[in-house]
Design a protein around this ligand. Structure first.
Ligand code: ATP
Length: 459
């Protein structure tokens, strides 16, 4: 399996992902998506939205603000408890996340680190809203998209007349001031999440939790992740957050070169049964229960976030199942899983065997001879018409010989290349080459779109 270093190098070379602020030597924990990266990431988000919103009858979408009233983060518990344990090394002065220390890591100032006692470090980025920089105007860059969903529960319920069970999906940026961002886009300070809050009747929660674990696992596998690289990990009671009844993490094999097999796998998504914890925090007259048992009554919220159950004629607080995925980690998993190196005619062919739905470019149209005006113009026409009719991201490239052009498209995961040659000018046909099998077929230009639609499916 490919290691992270090869993926980082491919991403930089081919314009998937660049270091953030590279022009000024970078900003740790930030990455910029390039021309191909933005397409891939958008396709990951679209594939998620399609499966969890469009293809279900029990979901709605939402897009809420990154900046929220500070009280949201107070009553959600983030102000008090959204922290990681941090230690300093007294010798080298470096900071570490206490639960991520590698026992083999050596201190730059001597053999062993000399750590301070762990202390909590709040991961939220603080900012001020408006021109007056005082405490009353403090807000945070949201550390997850979920809170925007909870505080809009009533708005969505009232405006859609939904009945339980139903869910709300949201995709958006989240920010965490991670103590040690690392491993490329795996742990960053600015990232995107794809989150669902699925509201159910108390009592139906365990069944729905299982259903969502399966649905989310299947999503990755249907889009090409090999089952042997994806694990379901059920958190033990002592690992669970104090509000969670159960959590299953989906772990991808991000670190295949680690000696300990269990350490090769890390979280791409977590699916939690959060009971009614969040709606209880934010509902009018509700309360936040902290992990040490302290209770903070909610004296600010203006609406009850309850659901009226017609069967019992009672208002109740629904339970919630939360499948929470990282866009960047999912994108990395798809990149790693699709990467292949094959030997063809004594040379190495790098191929991204991406599912066509995720591929940044669906079709590349290539002229066999760029200095033949007829061939070039025909190829451009084929490209433009295909693009216009199908809506697929289709490109034209004539910057190298045909062999090199094929290799370039293989390396970025383009499923089909269409070549215009001398015969095309006579028979109005083109050669279509399949990325994975390298098989070639002659297809009439007028039948090209139908032919490719059948091959590409619903992309
Ligand atoms: P970790 O234990 O790795 O810090 P977490 O359990 O805190 O992750 P959640 O709060 O459950 O993560 O967030 C849901 C998802 O958001 C994660 O599964 C991951 O895909 C993504 N995510 C969280 N933090 C980061 C980050 N710093 N960089 C990239 N993605 C992240």
């Amino acid at each position: 399996m490919v290691d992270l270093e090869k993926i980082i190098s491919l991403c930089k070379r081919r314009g998937f992902i660049f270091q953030g602020s590279e022009q000024y030597c970078g900003l740790q924990g930030t990455w910029d998506y390039g021309p191909l990266g933005v397409e891939l990431k958008n396709n990951v988000k679209r594939a998620w939205w399609r499966r969890v919103v469009y293809e279900r009858d029990d979901m709605e979408g939402l897009d809420t603000s990154i900046l929220m009233n500070r009280l949201v983060m107070k009553y959600s518990g983030h102000e008090d408890t959204f922290s990681d344990p941090m230690v300093d090394c007294r010798k080298c002065k470096k900071r570490f996340r206490a639960d991520h220390i590698d026992a083999n890591e050596k201190c730059a100032e001597g053999d062993k680190h000399d750590f301070t006692e762990p202390r909590p470090f709040n991961l939220m980025f603080k900012t001020v809203v408006g021109p007056v920089a005082d405490e009353s105007n403090v807000s945070y860059l949201r550390p997850e998209t979920a809170q925007g969903i909870f505080i809009n529960f009533k708005n969505v319920l009232d405006s859609t007349n939904r009945k339980l069970p139903f869910g709300i999906a949201q995709i958006g940026k989240s920010y965490r001031n991670e103590i040690t961002p690392r491993n490329f886009i795996f742990r960053v300070r600015e990232f995107e999440q794809m989150e669902i809050e699925f509201f159910v009747m108390p009592g139906d929660d365990e069944e729905w939790h299982k259903k969502w674990v399966d649905a989310r696992y299947n999503w990755y596998v249907e889009l090409g992740i090999k089952p042997e690289n994806l694990r379901k990990y059920e958190q033990a009671k002592e690992e669970l957050a104090h509000y969670a009844k159960a959590t299953v993490d989906l772990l991808y094999r991000f670190f295949p070169d680690r000696a300990d097999e269990d350490k090769q796998y890390d979280e791409v998504e977590g699916i939690s049964n959060r009971t009614d914890f969040d709606l209880t925090c934010h509902t009018k007259g509700g309360k936040l229960v902290l992990n040490d048992g302290r209770e903070i009554p909610n004296t600010h919220a203006i609406n009850k976030l309850t659901y009226f159950d017609h069967k019992t004629n009672k208002h109740l607080l629904p339970y919630v199942i939360e499948p929470s995925a990282g866009v960047d980690r999912a994108t990395l998993a798809f990149l790693m899983d699709s990467y292949c190196e094959e030997t063809v005619n004594d040379s190495t062919r790098v191929v991204l065997k991406l599912n066509p739905e995720l591929a940044p470019i669906k079709v590349a149209v290539l002229p066999l001879k760029k200095n033949n005006e007829n061939i070039r113009n025909t190829a451009l026409k084929v490209k433009n018409e295909l693009m216009k009719k199908s809506g697929w991201r289709t490109v034209y490239d004539d910057t190298a010989g045909i062999g090199k052009l094929y290799r370039r498209q293989d390396e970025i995961g383009t499923p089909y290349c269409v070549t215009v040659d001398f015969d095309t000018l006579e028979d109005n046909s083109v050669t279509v080459r399949d990325r994975d099998t390298m098989a070639q077929e002659r297809v009439k230009i007028e039948e090209l779109q139908t032919y490719l639609s059948q091959k590409l499916g619903n992309v």
